[in-house]
Write a protein that binds this ligand. Structure first.
Ligand code: FES
Length: 77
């Protein structure tokens, strides 16, 4: 199965304005006890960045309801 990634095979984590982290690439998300969250292979996942999701660690779009605001940019040289 082919996985979408950042283009060079690396996992890409995109910080979305006012929203979640969009993770693209083959990833395994593991809880503190070692349990593995089921993630459909080859599909990007959105991880909550606002802390309000009822389905953590995944985003459930609650960031919209609470007016989460964050636009971060990487420093450019
Ligand atoms: S970022 Fe979407 S619910 Fe938290």
């Amino acid at each position: 199965m082919q996985h979408e990634s950042g283009g060079d095979g690396a996992v890409e984590i995109k910080v979305r304005d006012h929203g979640p982290y969009k993770v693209t690439g083959p990833v395994r998300i593991v809880d503190a006890d070692g349990g593995v969250f089921e993630v459909e292979a080859g599909r990007p996942v959105a991880l909550c960045r606002c802390g309000q999701s009822q389905t953590k660690p995944f985003c459930d779009a609650s960031h919209r309801d609470v007016g989460f605001e964050s636009c971060v940019r990487a420093a450019r040289s």
